[in-house]
Write a protein that binds this ligand. Sequence first.
Ligand code: HEM
Ligand SMILES: *[C@@H]1O[C@H](CO)[C@@H](O)[C@H](O)[C@H]1NC(C)=O
Ligand SMILES: *[C@@H]1O[C@H](CO)[C@@H](O)[C@H](O)[C@H]1NC(C)=O
Ligand SMILES: *[C@@H]1O[C@H](CO)[C@@H](O)[C@H](O)[C@H]1NC(C)=O
Length: 507
Amino acid sequence: MEFVFSSLTYLLLFVLTAVLLFLIRDELKTKQVDHRAGLVDPPAPKAWPIIGHLYLMARYKVPYRVFDEIMADLGSVFRLDLGSVPCVVVNGLNNIREVLMIKGDHFDSRPSFRRFNQLFKGDKNNSLAFCDWSQLQKTRRELLRAHTFPNTTSNMYTRLDTCLKTELADLTDTLDTMANTECVDIKNMLLHTCANVFMSYFCSTRFSRSYDKFREFIRNFDDVFYEVNQGAPCDFLPSLMPLYHWHFKKIRSWSSKIRNFMETEIFNKRKAAWVPGTKPVDFVDNLLDAVTQPDRDDGFDMDIGLFSLEDIIGGHSAITNFIVKTLGFLVDRPDVQRRIQEESDAVVRASGSVGLSDRSQMPYTEAVVYESLRLIASPIVPHLANRDTSVDGVRIRKGTTVFLNNYSLHMSPELWNNPEHYSPERFINAEGRLEKPEYFIPFSGGKRSCMGYKLVQLLSFCTISTLLNKYTLLPVEDVSYAVPKGNLALPFVTFPFRLRPRNFRKQ
Ligand code: HEM
Ligand SMILES: *[C@@H]1O[C@H](CO)[C@@H](O)[C@H](O)[C@H]1NC(C)=O
Ligand SMILES: *[C@@H]1O[C@H](CO)[C@@H](O)[C@H](O)[C@H]1NC(C)=O
Ligand SMILES: *[C@@H]1O[C@H](CO)[C@@H](O)[C@H](O)[C@H]1NC(C)=O
């Protein structure tokens, strides 16, 4: 927290000394209007010198709400200068589609934030989510597809089902043997469960809950996940960078410890044992197979492979945070819990446990996942225009950062009945089946769409229904369950739950 305050003081001083300079610059700028091609320049609210429109972002708890207000004045595509970073905000389903689909090739880059680059040896192109588009990214996405989007007839699907069932049994066994379930740090428990699902699925290995190096590894990942979900003034004001020296050092240390664990506990042994030409079984095999292909020209090598593996393993933190937030919604909604329990009781009665193939019989539980996504889904990864282009007839210059305002897609009273209200029923149609409106795209779309969405859906519904099959969630006295919206991350230490064992019997 301190570095934010000190940076604000710094900022104010800076602003005062440079006002004059910037007034002159702004004067020059307004003269460069260009009316070619019938495009109009994006309108912008009043900007402050140096910090531009950053002052607007500071006004709201959910910063994306500010976009809706500006849109009411300026229309659906407008410019915001966030410090030194020129941005446009694109609102509305059709305009968002234009960015993601119709002109997907114009907007497939990412802005470069030095803070995030710290996680990838200073180079965003090492990252799956923050890199620019290239042949390398195409290769990575193709390599991952069979693992992150296993189809129901593939070996990977069966494999995932087994990993998930094993880890969920471990979770409920561990909970069963706990002397006290009156105040359970469920996030910590679930981080281990989800990390082991990912470890066993992608790397064919798992670790004990009591292994201290694994605990530290999980903690580092969760700190990274929290970090990438926060905005920081230095992303937009490079002059503040010196103030972040220690913070950047901390970020680099998380990622180097993660790398160290991956190498010493997993990758080095696998690399030594790898026989070229063997049929790959897990993702590590696929990576080793890919880097040993003789005539690669896309830059895919061992180091990049390891970064991709880490990136994907890090998905466990996203899913855990999402599940814990969902439990936060459920804790004071016994009616919603009861409906999930009805579905999971039927499945468990028939087959002993919840598995991936039971999803089609649990539309309500699925709807709970959708409804939580609607309220939580965060507009994290912005896009960047890689050429001069336009959206809805509004000019967007090369290098402009593009924010897609999905907040209104999820929260607009025109699209949703009573949008502030938590109601999974809105996703269930008259025939009792799950129905997703076309404007609900929490994982985005197009060539940079989320690579983990299938895993999110599969792990969340299985974990939530397995937990609720065994327990009813109750609030711990005096704990606030206000689930932060518009952002996926929760602090490492967050709300605990009371778990009351149910007397449901399998037979
Ligand atoms: C509830 C959890 C999650 C939500 C709501 C979510 C949502 C998103 C969104 C909105 C994007 C940006 C797409 C765009 O730029 O157009 C994204 C990108 C991405 N997500 Fe997720 N995600 C979640 C979990 C995961 C998980 C578990 C994984 C990995 C297993 C994952 C992997 C990725 C990757 C690699 C990208 C970047 C893709 C690219 O830039 O090419 N996500 N996600
Ligand atoms: C990242 O990759 C893109 C596309 O290949 C390239 O244009 C850009 O210069 C690279 N950025 C860095 C920092 O290497
Ligand atoms: C499902 O996956 C398997 C193995 O990855 C693949 O051979 C098959 O073509 C896929 N089927 C469909 C319908 O995509
Ligand atoms: C939400 O906004 C982010 C950031 O601009 C974008 O990457 C993502 O695609 C958006 N999601 C939807 C549902 O439009």
